[in-house]
Design a protein. Structure first.
Length: 965
């Protein structure tokens, strides 16, 4: 029998024994055998020693001899190997993975934190060398708010150097569905929290601890480096090397340890050395991290684990077992030469999480956009009229938003109690953003000279009879969460509307608002802008809102200035003439505006023709249907919130539709398509507006489909096949975008590849969902049938993240009725908005990005009386050029009155950004300074302010934060 086979037999025999000495020797012999194979120059000689030592101990067992004495003799034989074994060190990193409300509610999370940390503190008294590492600022806020005595103890442990804070983010967030600005705020507010509460310097925590995040966007290194983060720990990734440099698209790097083989809930036992020698083989390092502690529901290191580590460290034929920290390991790991460099996203995993629990997805997106919008408007109000910037209210809203991005909340892999708590936080976020925005815009509107908008004499005479009425109306009337209410101002004056634009580019958009208590509800209207241009006003519907009658109207707001506003004066149509009907339909499923002709199929309610009028081309392939709803039933499987199962049934809604016209111009056309499936009902509105090259879809669904282990998972998708070939699929990711393959075989998710969560593949069934994440937009660009003409479309959404672009078909998953851990995650009424922005001819990434941002953040309208004021009737205050530069956020500085702007580059071109400012927007004597995310100056300074224009140098795909103060 060969040596190797004899050793294997020996180890198997020892494994069957229960004596402590036998188990210890087996662990030592097992490691020694691995070490011998690792060092070929010693392999034969050392294997002979291993065999002799084992046989000596087995003989002692057979004779009933003294086992400690036999163990000592065996270890003495192995002494040459022991010296080599002790050159290796396992860094034991104590940790308690505490999920924020995963399978339980918030009170239980607080209790888990209390009990876990009380235990850790007691263990530190008992084991003087024990060290502990803990992430997530939200956990430390619990200590501050609920557990002051324990917090004092933890502060002392931190000062002793025994408690390592590994929190660079407020929670351990999802890294695919959180926006880039949200990830910046995680870093900013977490760093500030520890500075103020624990007296930490910003640089103290240099790790992004993302142990359980379900994937990692390609732009993360770019964002992290601007907050002083050097290291990245993860458990779920692309199954690549264990230790590598992860490079962002701008060249920024962080050092990553991928713990996919062991995980973050390790138990200290004789298997602790597994992977150590392979790690040296690939990195040249004789160290290895081992994260241990009971986790998910807290717990952390146990007394048994600590005793085992101390005991095994004394074993002579075993690596050193050292209580250590994350920083200690990574500081050594950075010294490894020639580590591989990975320059792509670390995805995909748990594709069901891009859709599960749609209400949480909506709450996240709406919170993010409402906050960025509120900050921009608050600064505008502060600069123009002295509005008091609501720093504290916005900070509190951000903290709640960041909490809701935890990796089991935003992905929807949670129970009902979790959802209820998070949606409660959302209800606290919205009034903070809504009131900041409403107060700021009304303060500005009160100072605008709306009377400067001139109308023809005849119209002026008629307008004098068009008084507001003595009563205000529309109190609390919101057209979406976080919006400015559609309150009518009342009073004895004519009516105007001031339309505000939060983005740093000019926008044209259809405005939907309300007129209140009109004495003659049949009166038609037009609006005039400050240039004297007239637009017809469309009456959409009439109704009653809390005893007040209203007329819902639409009119186009054109060329609304960048981060500015424009005023429109309302005039009865009898006093004007020549109102043009831009948008119209024929009552038989046809709609048309200046850009497109659309044909809706009567049987399916989907679009069977989309004709681009400017180029004279058809964008729907032969036999194709745009906006086609699809019911998909996934096979029963485990982890249904996380994982998309094999499709057992795919049922397109090809028949049975009811199609009716809702609006027929002059400014908007819309049809309503109704379907029924089992007990669920679907009402899909397809709208085409004047001035907008976009099709808007609003799905009001009463979803009563329930997933079960017997039936499977019902889901709903919408499909958009395009008449293009050679397509390129591009998706928005945090502060950037990424190209992914349109070949299904190349979009295999790692759940499909690496898990056993699927049922056995059925004949003819494709188990690959090819579902990938995107934020506000995904784009497919290719060529028309002539092989020359560029064409495609951007698919926009306001609350869903799961996309699939395969060949020429774009899909968005709208609903999934998973059945674990929440039995009924989607039951009931939901409204889901999405849009298609077709394009023929040249098309750039920035156009898709702007389309997505515009769709998610509509223009805001404030009803105002016609009166004089100190501000002009239209104004531009900030404009950003060139268009490949995007604005991530604009806010007041944390510790001064400076203005902070954050920019990023979208198209892969090194660019000097130019921001034109109205002088009123800048602090007096402002100087430009590039900063890190924490708003500290960086050198060299790549920003300069010249004649009211900020110039900022950005690398390709780079990001910059600039302070102006």
């Amino acid at each position: 029998m060969k040596l190797t086979a004899k050793i294997d037999s020996l180890l198997e025999a020892l494994a069957a024994r229960s004596e402590e000495e036998a188990l210890r020797l087996r662990a030592e012999l097992h490691f020694a055998n691995q070490l011998a194979a690792h060092l070929p120059q010693h392999q034969i000689a050392w294997q002979e020693l291993i065999l002799r030592a084992g046989e000596l101990f087995q003989a002692a067992l057979a004779k009933g001899a003294d086992l400690p004495e036999a163990l000592a003799a065996a270890e003495e034989l192995l002494a040459p190997m022991g010296r080599e074994a002790k050159t290796y060190t396992i860094h034991c990193i104590g940790h308690a993975h505490i999920d924020m409300n995963w399978m339980w509610g918030w009170p239980e999370t607080v209790a888990v934190i209390n009990d876990t940390f009380t235990t850790i503190d007691q263990l530190m008294d008992e084991f003087p060398d024990f060290l502990f590492s803990q992430s997530q600022a939200s956990i430390y806020q619990v200590l501050q708010n609920h557990l002051p005595e324990l917090n004092a103890r933890i502060k002392q442990r931190i000062k002793e150097g025994r408690w390592e804070v590994t929190a660079s983010h407020w929670v351990e967030p999802d890294k695919n569905m959180s926006s880039g600005e949200s990830l910046c705020r995680h870093l900013l507010y977490t760093r500030r929290f520890f500075k103020h509460v624990y007296d930490f310097p910003y640089e103290k925590v240099q790790i992004d601890w993302s142990a359980d995040a379900f994937g990692h966007a390609a732009t993360l290194p770019t964002i992290l480096k601007q907050a002083g983060v050097r290291w990245y720990y993860l458990h779920r990734s692309a199954h690549g090397p264990k230790l590598f440099w992860w490079q962002g698209p701008d060249g920024a790097r962080v050092l990553v340890f991928d713990d996919c083989a062991r995980g973050y809930n390790g138990a200290i036992n004789t298997e602790i050395a597994r992977g150590l020698l392979d790690f040296e083989r690939t990195t040249g390092l004789k160290i290895y991290p081992f994260v241990y502690g009971v986790g998910d529901h807290g717990g952390g290191p146990t007394r048994q684990y600590l005793q085992a580590a101390i005991r095994m460290n004394a074993w002579p034929i075993f690596p050193q077992i050292k209580f250590s920290t994350v920083a200690a390991f990574f500081a050594l790991a950075e010294q490894a030469p020639d580590l591989p460099v990975i320059s792509h996203e670390l995805n995909f995993l748990h594709e069901g999480c891009y859709t599960s629990q749609g209400q949480l997805k909506y709450a996240n997106r709406r919170s993010e956009n409402a906050l960025v919008e509120a900050e921009a408007y608050a600064w505008l109000g502060r600069s123009l009229v002295g509005f008091p910037y609501p720093s504290q209210a916005l900070y509190e809203a951000w903290i709640k938003t960041l909490f809701n991005q935890f990796h089991d909340i935003l992905p929807g892999s949670c129970v009902r109690a979790t959802r209820d708590y998070s949606l409660g936080l959302f209800q606290e976020i919205m009034p903070r953003t809504s009131m900041a925005k409403t107060r700021a815009l009304r303060a500005i509107a009160a100072q605008i000279n709306t009377a400067a908008v001139k109308v023809p004499p005849a119209a002026s005479s008629a307008a004098a009879d068009n008084r507001l009425g003595t009563m205000t109306a529309g109190h609390g009337d919101l057209d979406q969460d976080g919006a400015v209410t559609r309150r009518g101002p009342g009073g004895d004056a004519e009516l105007a509307f001031t339309v505000f634009n939060p983005h740093p580019w000019i926008r044209s958009e259809m405005i939907n608002t309300r007129l209140w208590d009109r004495p003659d509800s049949e009166t038609a209207y037009v609006v005039y802008d400050d240039a004297g241009q007239m637009q017809s006003v469309q009456l959409n519907e009439r109704g009653v809102y809390w005893t007040h009658t209203f007329s819902e109207i639409s009119f186009p707001a054109t060329q609304v200035p960048a981060l500015g506003y424009r005023t429109y004066r309302l005039v009865p149509l009898a006093a004007a003439s020549g109102a043009e009907q831009v948008c119209h339909g024929d009552g038989r499923g046809r709609m048309e505006n200046e850009f497109f002709k659309v044909q809706v199929e009567a049987s399916s309610g989907a679009i069977i023709s989309l004709w681009d009028k400017s180029q004279g081309v058809e964008l729907v392939p032969k036999g194709g249907r745009l906006g086609l709803l699809e019911y998909v039933l996934e096979a029963p499987h485990v982890m249904t919130s996380w994982i998309m199962g094999q499709p057992l049934e795919v049922r397109p809604f090809l028949s049975g539709a009811s199609v009716e016209y809702l609006r027929n111009g002059p400014q908007q056309c819309a049809v309503r398509v109704q379907h029924k499936l089992n007990d669920s009902t679907f009402s899909l509105t397809i709208a085409l507006s004047a001035g907008q090259p976009r099709l808007d879809f609003t799905l009001d669904v009463h979803w009563l489909e329930r997933g079960t282990p017997e039936k499977g998972v019902p889901s709903l998708k919408v499909a958009f096949p395009l008449a293009v070939t050679a397509g390129v699929a591009r998706y928005e990711i945090p502060n950037g975008n990424v190209v992914r393959s349109v070949k299904k075989a190349e979009v295999l998710t790692h759940t499909t590849r690496y898990s056993n969560c699927y049922t056995e593949t059925r004949e003819g069934i494709d188990p690959n969902p090819a579902e990938v994440p995107a934020l506000q937009w995904a784009d497919l660009s290719g060529l028309l049938a002539d092989g020359k003409t560029p064409a495609g479309a951007s698919l926009l959404n306001t609350s869903r993240y799961g996309h699939s672009i395969i060949e020429n078909t774009m899909r968005l998953t709208l609903l999934r009725s998973s059945y674990e851990p929440d039995l009924l995650p989607e039951f009931g009424q939901q409204t889901i908005r999405f849009a298609l922005r077709p394009h023929v001819g040249s098309w750039s990434v920035f156009e898709a990005a702007r389309a997505g941002h515009d769709f998610n953040t509509p223009l805001s309208t404030v009803a105002v009386p016609v009166r004089t004021g100190q501000l002009p009737s239209a104004a531009r205050t900030l404009e950003l050029l060139p268009p490949n530069i995007m604005l991530s956020g604009l806010k007041k500085a944390e510790d001064s009155d400076a203005l902070i702007v954050r920019l990023y580059e979208m198209e892969g071109r090194a660019t000097t950004a130019r921001l034109w400012f109205d002088p009123a927007l800048l602090p007096s004597g402002a100087q430009a300074q590039v900063t890190d995310i924490m708003e500290r100056p960086l050198s060299p300074n790549g920003a300069r302010l010249e004649d009211g224009i900020l110039h900022v140098d950005l690398p390709a795909h780079g990001m910059a934060t600039v302070s102006l103060g």
